[in-house]
Ligand binder design. Structure first.
Ligand SMILES: O=c1ccn([C@@H]2O[C@H](COP(=O)(O)OP(=O)(O)O[C@H]3O[C@H](CO)[C@@H](O)[C@H](O)[C@H]3O)[C@@H](O)[C@H]2O)c(=O)[nH]1
Ligand SMILES: O=P(O)(O)OC[C@H]1O[C@](O)(CO)[C@@H](O)[C@@H]1O
Length: 437
């Protein structure tokens, strides 16, 4: 079987990825890379191509203007160029979509072999995949990652959501199958689009834990943090998220400020993307607010907001949080929440928003407490409870490590590939390649 993943937004490249380098370089990039790599390890998969948009922006690295980037023997990234060479945030991608679709179909037409299935990530990629289906008959699987119907509930003033919801409705209505990460997405969110028969085509298949570097010696960032914090031996309250309003990072700082006993007990460390000078207006605003809050004299020497980090830093900080600390995701709404399973894999208890995927993750792993993200006192109290009660911390940490295997990329690969096989059976039969599927 030849699988093609299609994802237009963010900075998709071979690992190591600089997560948070733009507002769209987050979870879906980790998901696509890990899903594709795990699928390529399966014997029945002959080839996996990850297709994305080609762009040039020196601040975002040098890989993005290379038409092909190998990831392994049977897997690579293929980049499609349009007339526009600049990086585009997902909201601006719509302008380039007609040209991208044209270029994508030309890429397929000139390929020696067509893929057996296209797995599209986000609704813009689904539009391109559906256009390819009508020309070449290739089945389409759609993974939304973050459905705007729920974003509209928590951020009604966010621009462009009606158009995005319409694009998502089209993808839901037309895709041959939909893969989502949570039951809530499958049973409530997809249903809310009012497309008859959509739930029957929807499969709930949670992702695995993104692989991280193993925590080894202290990284440069970890060492710098030690210099910055007044008492670096204290446990840490850790948050890792793209600096967008939905992630409510300022809400976490307010929660910390509202809980003096927590300030006394633990330091606050927030990794909020990379300051490369390429921030969108929303990211600049969120980072500006965090920096202003950090200047509060009550936070001097107990809060760190490093401007950049890499995968080793993330691994080192999860390892530090495992020693008496806690990971917090206080997003207004979180569709799934890869950070919560990354924290679990490192044995870190969590305090998580009760809106969205985290409630299913925490119910599955039993590794933390759920909170109302709009209640700073509750967030602060939950962090204090976990980090100051050694028995509770140990119990949650053990539960995390015991159950985290539930989130497994190999399982994801097996089940997604058998879903693809069911969709592309007629096509494989007609090309005489059915045995390969
Ligand atoms: O400064 C940062 C910010 C993020 N990350 C990493 O980037 C990923 C972020 O993923 P996630 O926490 O899931 O959030 P989103 O970026 O918002 O990802 C979207 O897509 C994911 C995959 O479908 C879903 O889990 C999310 O709910 C959805 O919002 C994780 O691996 C983080 O560790 C960093 O390393 N540094
Ligand atoms: O926050 P939003 O607008 O719902 O978008 C979700 C974001 O999450 C991602 O998965 C991050 O990689 C992208 O698809 C998108 O940028």
């Amino acid at each position: 079987m030849y699988i093609m993943h299609l994802a237009l937004g963010g900075c998709l490249k071979a690992p190591p990825v600089l997560f948070g380098v733009t507002a769209d370089t987050g979870g879906h990039i980790a998901y696509v890379l890990e899903a594709a790599l795990a699928q390529a390890r399966l014997q029945q998969v002959e080839r996996v191509s990850i297709v994305t948009r080609l762009f040039e922006d020196a601040r975002l690295g040098t890989a993005h203007d290379r038409p092909h980037e190998p990831l392994g023997e049977r897997i690579g990234i293929d980049r499609i160029a349009t007339g526009r060479r600049e990086y585009l945030e997902k909201e601006a991608l719509a302008l380039d979509l007609p040209d991208f679709i044209e270029a994508f179909c030309a890429h397929l037409a000139s390929s020696p072999r067509l893929p057996d299935v296209i797995h599209a990530h986000f609704s813009d990629a689904a539009a391109a995949a559906l256009a390819a289906r009508s020309r070449f008959g290739i089945p389409v699987v759609y993974t939304p990652h973050a459905l705007a119907i729920d974003k509209r509930i928590v951020q009604p003033d966010c621009g462009g959501l009606d158009t995005r919801i319409e694009a998502e409705r089209l993808a839901i209505a037309q895709a041959d199958a939909i893969i989502v990460s949570t039951r809530d997405e499958a049973e409530r969110q997809v249903r809310a689009y009012g497309v008859a028969g959509a739930t029957a085509r929807t499969m709930t298949l949670p992702p695995g834990v993104p692989r991280r570097a193993r925590p080894g010696q202290e990284t440069r960032l970890a060492a710098r943090l030690l210099e910055r914090l007044r008492d670096p031996r204290k446990p840490i309250v850790l948050a890792i998220a793209r600096p967008v309003r939905k992630k409510n990072l300022a809400g976490l700082v307010h929660a910390y400020l509202a809980t003096p006993a927590l300030i006394e007990h633990a330091n606050l460390v927030i990794l909020a993307g990379q300051r490369t000078g390429a921030a969108s207006a929303e990211e600049a605003e969120v980072v500006g607010e965090l920096e202003r809050l950090q200047d509060d004299e009550r936070l001097r020497g107990c809060m760190a907001l490093p401007p950049c980090h890499d995968a080793d830093d993330v691994a080192a900080l999860y390892a530090k949080a495992a020693r008496g600390g806690v990971f917090v995701n206080a997003a207004l709404h979180e569709p799934f929440g890869l950070t919560l399973i990354e924290a679990a894999a490192a044995g870190v208890p969590v305090v998580a928003t009760r809106h969205g995927g985290p409630s299913e993750i925490v119910a599955t792993l039993g590794h933390g407490l759920l909170v109302d993200p709009c209640d700073p006192a509750a967030i602060g109290a939950a962090c204090l409870e976990i980090s100051s009660d050694k028995d509770l911390h140990r119990r949650l940490s053990k539960a995390a490590l015991r159950h985290v295997g539930h989130y497994d990329w190999d399982r994801y690969a097996r089940l997604s590939v058998s879903l693809y096989a069911g969709l592309c059976q007629p096509r494989l039969q007609s090309t005489g390649r059915v045995a390969a599927a």
